[in-house]
Design a protein around this ligand. Structure first.
Ligand code: PLP
Length: 360
C-alpha cells in the first residue's frame, strides 16, 4: 500500500532527499565520517553552510549585499521574542496582524518584554479566523515593524498579496509556507521560519533580515542577538549541522523542480484539486474564505464529530496518514507541503468520494 503523510509537521521531506541522506549517512563527502559527527568548525561544514546560504538567496531572489541569513535554534517560537528584542528599538512599539493561533502567540511573547508595546492593529478572531482582516493604513513613524503570519497552519488561511505598510518595516512568520508559496520577498525587512514544514527536521530556524537592521541594539542575551549571530555566522554555539545539511539537500531538490515559481504552481494545482473536491462534496466542507485559502494546510469537517472520527480512522487504514485536525479546531486537516505529490492528493480525493458514497 502506498502511504501518504498529511501531517502538519514536523518535516515531511521529499523521498529523493531522504534516500540521499541514507546513502551518505555513514560517509559524508568521502570524509570517512558521518555528517552527524563532523565538526561545525571544519571546512566540510563551512562549505555546507555557504552552499545553503547561497541557495536561499538564489531561490528567493534576494540580494546578498542587502540581506543576511541566520540559522538559529528554538523554533519559530523563539523568534516571537527575538524579533521585538532586536527590532523594537526606536518606537518601542510594534504592530501585529492577528490571523490565528500563531499570530496570537507572537503577540503574547512580545508583550512579555519589558518596555515593548505590541498592538493588534487588525484581527479576524471574530470570524473564527476563517478569513483575513482588512489592514488599516499604518501610521507613519509610530511602529518599529508590522508583523504578519503568512500562512496560518491551524486555520488554513494565507496571505495571497502582502499588506502595504507604507514604509514601516514588514516582518513575516513564514514558518508554514516557507519555500512553498512564492511572494515578492524583497517586500519583507525580516522573515523567519522554523524548518520543520518544507525544509528540514526541526531544530533550525531560518531568519532572513536586512543588514540595515543589525547593530542598533546593545546588551541583548547573545543567543537572541541577531547582530552577534550574524557576526559569528550563526555559530555562536554549536549549530544544528545535520538540519542545515538536510536543508541544503532540500533546497537543491527545489531548484531541480524548477525553483520557487514552479513549486508554487505545483502547490496551487494540488491545493485546487483538494478544494474542488471539497466544494463539490455534499458531506465535507472547508469553511475558509476562498480568497485566502492556504496552499499548505487544508482543514475540513463533516459537521458530525463521530463521522469525522470514522473518516480519520478509515483514511488511516487506507494509507492516508495524520489527517486528524488540530486540537483547537477539530475535524480534519490535510497538510500538503512541497513533498506531497499530486498523486497523494488525488488518492485523498478518491477516498473522500468513496467515503461520502458509503456514509450519506
Ligand atoms: N509559526 C507558525 C506559523 C507555525 O505553524 C508554528 C508551528 O507549527 C510556529 C510558529 C511555532 O513553531 P516552532 O514549533 O518551531 O516553535
Amino acid at each position: 500500500m502506498t502511504v501518504y503523510n498529511f501531517a502538519a509537521g514536523p518535516a515531511v521531506l521529499p523521498k529523493e532527499v531522504l534516500k540521499k541522506v541514507q546513502a551518505e549517512l555513514l560517509d559524508f563527502n568521502n570524509s570517512g565520517m558521518s555528517i552527524l559527527e563532523i565538526s561545525h568548525r571544519s571546512q566540510l561544514f563551512v562549505d555546507v553552510y555557504e552552499d545553503v546560504k547561497a541557495r536561499i538567496y538564489k531561490l528567493m531572489n534576494l540580494d546578498d549585499q542587502e540581506y543576511d541569513v541566520l540559522f538559529m535554534q528554538g523554533g519559530g517560537t523563539t523568534q516571537f521574542t527575538a524579533v521585538p528584542l532586536n527590532l523594537a528599538y526606536q518606537h518601542h512599539r510594534a504592530a501585529y496582524i492577528d490571523t490565528g493561533h500563531w499570530s496570537e502567540r507572537a503577540v503574547e511573547e512580545a508583550r512579555l518584554i519589558n518596555g515593548v508595546q505590541a498592538d493588534v492593529l487588525a484581527s479576524s478572531k471574530d470570524q473564527h479566523y476563517t478569513t483575513l482582516p482588512k489592514v488599516p493604513a499604518i501610521p507613519q513613524d509610530t511602529y518599529d515593524y508590522v508583523h504578519i503570519t503568512t500562512n496560518n497552519t491551524i486555520m488554513g488561511t494565507a496571505w495571497q498579496k502582502l499588506p502595504e505598510t507604507d514604509g514601516t518595516p514588514l516582518v513575516g512568520d513564514l514558518s508554514s509556507n516557507f519555500l512553498g508559496q512564492d511572494y515578492p520577498f524583497e517586500k519583507f525587512d525580516l522573515m523567519y521560519a522554523g524548518a520543520q514544514k518544507n525544509l528540514a527536521p526541526a531544530g533550525v530556524t531560518i531568519v532572513i533580515l536586512k543588514k540595515s537592521l543589525l547593530g542598533h541594539v546593545k546588551g541583548l542575551p547573545s543567543m537572541l542577538d541577531y547582530t552577534k549571530q550574524a557576526a559569528k555566522k550563526s555559530a555562536l554555539n554549536t549549530p544544528p549541522v545535520f538540519q542545515i545539511y538536510v536543508a541544503g539537500l532540500v533546497l537543491k531538490w527545489i531548484d531541480e523542480q524548477g525553483g520557487l515559481k514552479a513549486m508554487d504552481a505545483r502547490n496551487r494545482k494540488k491545493a485546487q484539486l483538494l478544494y474542488d473536491c471539497l466544494d463539490n462534496s455534499k458531506l465535507f466542507k472547508n469553511n475558509v474564505d476562498p480568497r485566502y485559502r492556504s496552499l499548505m494546510n487544508v482543514p475540513f469537517v463533516t459537521g458530525d464529530a463521530e463521522l469525522d472520527a470514522k473518516f480519520i480512522k478509515e483514511s488511516q487504514e487506507h494509507g492516508l496518514l495524520n489527517l486528524k485536525g488540530h486540537r483547537l479546531v477539530g475535524g480534519m486537516r490535510a497538510s500538503i507541503y512541497n513533498a506531497m505529490p499530486y498523486e497523494g492528493v488525488a488518492a485523498l480525493c478518491d477516498f473522500m468520494q468513496q467515503f461520502e458514497k458509503e456514509n450519506r
